[in-house]
Ligand binder design. Sequence first.
Ligand code: ADP
Length: 517
Amino acid sequence: VDKEKDSDPMHIIHVTAEMAPIAKVGGLGDVVTGLARACLSRGHKVDIMLPFYECIQKQQINELALLSTYNSYHDGNWVPTNAYRGLVSGIPVIFIEPSNQFFKGQYVYGGSYNELEAYLFFSRACLEWMQVTGTKPDIIHVHEWQTSGLPLLYWDMYHYLSLQKPRIVLTIHNMEHYGECTQDQLNKCGLDGSIYATVDKAVDDRTIGHNPERLCLLKGGIVYSNAVVTVSPTYLQETLCSGWLASTLIRNRDKYCGILNGIDTTTWNPATDVFLPAKFSAHKTEGKEICKLFVQRGLGLASEDTRAGNAVSRTTGKVPLVVCITRLVAQKGLHLITHAIKHVEELGGQMVVLGKASNGRVEREFEALADTHNKGSSIRILLMYSEELSHMLYAAADMVLVPSIYEPCGLAQMIGMRYGAVPIVRKTGGLADTVFDMDDQSHAEMANGFVFEGIDEGSLNWALDRAFSHYQEKPDEWNHIVQKIMEIDNSWNNTAGKYIDVYSSIRGFHHQKSRSI
Ligand code: ADP
C-alpha cells in the first residue's frame, strides 16, 4: 500500500552506534532501521551515520562508494577519515572510517580501543562531516550514551561554526548505561571538560562533592538536546521515579516524552520471511505448524510425529514450545530464565533459549545448563547470536517468554506476537504497555498474553501454568488468540508519527536558539 506522505518533509540524520542488520547487538539496531524506514516512506529524507566497524559485512551494503576524505579531531591531532555512502536494506547510510584504531575488531562492542573516546570521536566526526560538506539537516537524532556527546559538541562548538539549522533529539533506549567519562576524555574531543562539571550540566550526581572529575555523557545529552525521548510511556514514569538520573529528567520534564517503539514489519513478516521453511499469516496459519516441526526436527526435539507411538504424549495432547531470545544479561531476568527451563520441563513442554552472554560467568553458567539439558528431547540452550535462527524460533514458538527485571520497551514480545507466539512477560516498562493478561477482566478486549509481577519463581510459575493449561485445555480459544496477536499493529507506521511530531515541534524555522539550558 502506498502510504500517505507527510506534507512538510524534513531531513533527519540518525547518528548511532547500531543499525540492523549489519551492526546490531540488541533492540537499538532494530529501532534505528525501523524508524528510519518508516520516516522515509512518509516522504522525509533520512540518513543514518554509523561507524564503519571492521566487523560489518560489506556484501550487505549496496552501492558502497567513497564519498569524501576529511580530517576529524582527536586528542590534539587531525585524523584522516573516510566517509562512505551505501544502501542497507534500502536505507541510505554514511559510514565513518577513521584511520586510527577505533572500531577495529571482531565485534561491534568490546574492541581493544577506548570505547568512550571512540564514540566521542565519532560524534564529532559526524558533525565535522556535516560542516565540511555543507549538509544541514533539520534534525540530528542521537541515541544512547554513545552519541550523547554530540549535543554538547553541536551547541558549544559547531553551532558557532556553520551549522545553525539542526535541532537535536536524543532517544534513551536503556537508562542503565550512562557513558561515564572524565573531564580529560571530554577534552580529547576538543571541548573544555571543566565547564560541564556542574550539577545542571554533566557532572555525575553520584560523585558530587568528592569527584567533580567524573562526568556523564547521557546526562549531558539530556541537558543539551532539544527533545529527549524514551521508548515507552511506562518506562518514562519509571525513570522519573528511580535512578540517579531522575532529578535531571524531572528538571527537563517539559522536553521529555515516552514513545513506544515499533517493529520493522518489512524485516519481521511471517508472510514473506526468507528465513522460514513455510510462510504464514493470521488467516493462513498452517505454515506455522510446519515451522514448529522444522525447528523441532532440526534441533532434535520430540515432535508430534516422533511421539506418535508414545502413550504418554497421547494422553497429554499437544506440547507447547516456549522460546526465549535475548541477550543474557541481568536485566533480562537470568534467574527466571533458568527457572523457566526447569519448570517447562516439569510441565512436559519444550523450551529453546537463544542467547548470547557478554560476561564470562554467565556464559559458563548457561554452558553448564546446556550440558545438562541439551541431551534430552525437550530443552535446547543455544549460546550464540543468530538472526536466522531467531526468525525461525519466533515462527515455531507457541509462546515467547520475556521475564525481564526491567525492560525499557522490549521488541521480543512484539516480534513474537507478529509470528503468532503468545507472550509471557513480567509487568515492567514497555512490556506493561504492550501485553495484557488473558485473565484480567478490566482489559478483556486487549487481552493478548500472560503477565506476572513478582521477580520470584512462584510468580513466573503462575503465568507459565496458566499459559500451559490454556494451551492444552482450550485449543480453540488459543487459536483465536494466536490469530488476534498476529493482527495487532505494533509497526513503526503506527508510531513513527509521534516522532515526526517531536521533530516538527523543535524544528529551527526561525533560527532561534531553542536550547533549553
Ligand atoms: P535489548 O535491546 O535489551 O537487547 P529488545 O527486546 O529491545 O532487547 O531487542 C532485542 C532484539 O535482539 C530482538 O530483535 C531480538 O530478537 C534480538 N536478539 C537478542 N538476542 C539474540 C540472539 N542471541 N540471536 C538473535 N537475535 C537476538
